[in-house]
Ligand binder design. Structure first.
Ligand SMILES: [Zn+2]
Length: 92
């Protein structure tokens, strides 16, 4: 059984995206930001701050949480992205 991934240890989406250099615009559940997946000249990326889901209205990149974002941005496998975000336990 694979119980090494702990979703609850993922960082807060607002903190995470800020640390990634994204400037979150707006004040609602969905924020806008410059998309890092294409040459964006206006904030095309929509981010749901509650769970880190994201969707780009210009290039179509999307995912359900910050783990998916981290995988896409750095080309990481699930396990490596989870480890990089502190949500993977190598012990236990
Ligand atoms: Zn994009």
């Amino acid at each position: 059984m694979n119980n090494r991934f702990n979703k609850n240890q993922l960082p807060d989406p607002v903190c995470y995206f800020s640390a990634q250099g994204l400037n979150l615009i707006g004040g609602g559940e969905w924020r806008s930001a410059i998309c890092p997946f294409h040459e964006d000249n206006k904030p095309s990326l929509r981010i749901r701050i509650e769970n880190g889901a994201f969707r780009c209205l210009a290039c179509g990149e999307k995912g359900g949480d910050i783990l998916a974002f981290h995988q896409k941005r750095y080309g990481l496998a699930f396990k490596d992205a989870a480890r990089a975000l502190g949500a993977w336990s190598d012990h236990g």
